[in-house]
Design a protein around this ligand. Structure first.
Ligand SMILES: Nc1ncnc2c1ncn2[C@@H]1O[C@H](COP(=O)(O)OP(=O)(O)OP(=O)(O)O)[C@@H](O)[C@H]1O
Ligand SMILES: [Mg+2]
Length: 312
């Protein structure tokens, strides 16, 4: 079976469970966004996946190859952008990428071509001969990414890859990851920038205290929760009791606040009943000056599920 499969994985540090019976499948072709508060266990999962940490219980398979039993073979399929920069200071940018690409067996023209492409991927080609001691933090982080993609891995694992990276380079990297995915690369993308997860990922998993607390498409996750949207309307009249009561009695409205000329309606889905609300207001000859809908988004979902807490 293709894909990456975490099977009942447990990791402990000093008798403290940091990954707790994790079952998670990443299908080939997916871009999975992995979210979770600080200390949730995300990086620990990645360290076990790439053989940096032993798996205490369970197993992880990559295309059915067991990481526990055949770590070297499994590692050939992946490229990892670690959360903490792992580069050689005394080498140039190009030498760093070449070093990592060689570890995966690239040589000759193929090596040169892939290294050049990886440096273009992160827009560092013009600085390829510079020693990286001269690089800024953001440039080092971009080089960290280049080292992971140079061997064209089937699975690309990115652990907070865009921290410290300027908006232009970040957009370029996100677009390039999308392009790699179109060409067949499967991606696990860890980030605290929910906007990035939103634009990039087709699957989302949320870890908290080492446990998987949500997993699915964004739509599936949003439908699991009984969250509400809010409609704010600036109206022409002060509170009209009859109109307020009629609004409150609408099946899908859960709360109505009316202060001065401000109306705040809490409801299940604004899209479904916006017409009803506007019709009702016009029946009472109340005209609408402005209208704003606060939608439930991935961020609200994340904060609701994880109680907005971090664990470090
Ligand atoms: N080598 C280690 N020894 C002991 N405890 C560790 C070690 N590595 C991680 N931990 C602990 O394991 C837990 C999970 O850490 P991990 O780095 O996986 O979290 P994370 O979800 O990646 O967080 P962040 O968003 O801050 O990167 C934390 O409580 C951390 O303190
Ligand atoms: Mg981490």
């Amino acid at each position: 079976m293709s894909g990456i499969h975490f099977k009942d994985v447990i990791k402990r540090f000093d008798h403290h469970i940091v990954v707790d019976h994790l079952n998670l499948k990443i299908n080939q072709g997916d871009i999975l966004g992995l979210l979770g508060p600080n200390g949730a266990g995300k990086s620990t999962c990645i360290h076990m996946l790439c053989g940096l940490l032993p798996i205490d219980y369970g197993d992880i398979t990559i295309n059915d190859i067991s990481v526990k039993q055949h770590v070297l073979e499994a590692k050939k399929l992946i490229g990892v952008v670690p959360q903490h920069i792992a580069l050689y200071d005394h080498l140039s940018a190009e030498e760093n990428v070449t070093f990592f690409a060689k570890l995966y067996g690239l040589k000759g023209n193929q090596l040169k071509e892939n290294v050049a492409n990886a440096l273009q991927f992160v827009r560092l080609y013009d600085l390829r001969h510079e020693k990286i001691t001269r690089f800024s933090e953001g440039q080092k982080r971009r080089l960290n990414i280049a080292c992971a993609v140079a061997h064209n891995p089937a699975y690309l694992i990115m652990d907070e890859p865009t921290v410290c990276i300027d908006p232009q380079s970040r957009n370029h990297i996100l677009e390039s990851v999308k392009e790699l995915n179109k060409q067949g690369t499967t991606v696990i993308y860890i980030s605290h920038y929910i906007e990035e997860i939103k634009v990039l990922c087709n699957q989302i998993a949320i870890l908290d205290h080492g446990q998987l607390i949500a997993n699915g498409t964004k739509k599936e996750l949003l439908s699991q929760l009984d969250l509400h949207e809010k409609v704010y309307i600036q109206v022409s009249s002060l509170m009209n009791s009859a109109a307020k009561e009629e609004l409150e009695n609408h099946m899908q409205v859960s709360n109505v606040l009316w202060e001065n000329q401000q109306l705040e309606i809490t409801l299940q889905s604004a899209q479904l009943i916006l017409q009803d609300i506007l019709f009702l207001l016009s029946k009472y000859e109340i005209s609408v000056q402005s209208l704003h809908i606060e939608k439930v988004d991935l961020e609200t979902l994340f904060l609701n599920l994880t109680s907005g807490t971090s664990h470090q």
